[in-house]
Design a protein around this ligand. Structure first.
Ligand SMILES: [Cu+2]
Length: 170
């Protein structure tokens, strides 16, 4: 066997190893968002979805768990990429999917949870200042009737995605 062939035999597995090593580092390098606590509430890392050029609205999603003995209520939100944020509900009315603003916000039941997700309750980010790009983040606030206000950071997932960008890490 030539020296060259020997080197290739060693080099093959070595380069596979290096590629695997690089992937591990990439995975570690990406900061994983943590749950957010405010009062008796725990909020999963909020997320949104990439938008096509010219889009003026985007959704905002998260899961809110209430460990307390009293119901709370998400009453308003802001996002630094949007002129304003509404709280919406999506429901099938006469076979047609429709959404409507919830002026009183959405309840987080005592000892229970509410999930804001595509096709259900969601935040509606209105008047986007620009397209949302996958992999970017933006800041915002959530305000609860009892727990008060909390700063949050949204991760932007793929266009049309129906789960949080870091879902597979859990
Ligand atoms: Cu909506």
């Amino acid at each position: 066997m030539s020296l060259f062939a020997r080197m290739r035999m060693i080099g093959g597995p070595l380069s596979v190893g290096l590629v695997a090593f690089a992937f591990v580092f990439l995975a570690i390098d990406r900061p994983l968002a943590d749950d957010i606590s405010v009062g008796s509430l725990t909020i999963s890392p909020p997320w949104s979805r990439a938008t096509p050029p010219g889009a003026k609205v985007a959704g905002g999603y998260m899961m809110i768990t209430n460990a307390g003995g009293e119901a709370d209520r998400l009453v308003s939100a802001t996002a630094d990429v949007a002129a304003r944020v509404e709280i919406h509900e999506m429901a099938v009315v006469d076979g047609v999917m429709k959404m409507r603003p919830l002026d009183d916000g959405v309840e987080v039941p005592a000892g229970g949870m509410v999930e804001l997700k595509p096709g259900s309750y969601h935040l509606m980010l209105m008047g986007l200042t620009g397209p949302l790009k996958e992999g970017d983040v933006f800041d915002g606030t959530l305000t609860f009737e009892k727990a008060g206000s909390v700063d949050v950071t949204y991760q932007i997932g793929a266009m049309g995605s129906d789960m949080a960008p870091d879902h597979h890490h859990h």
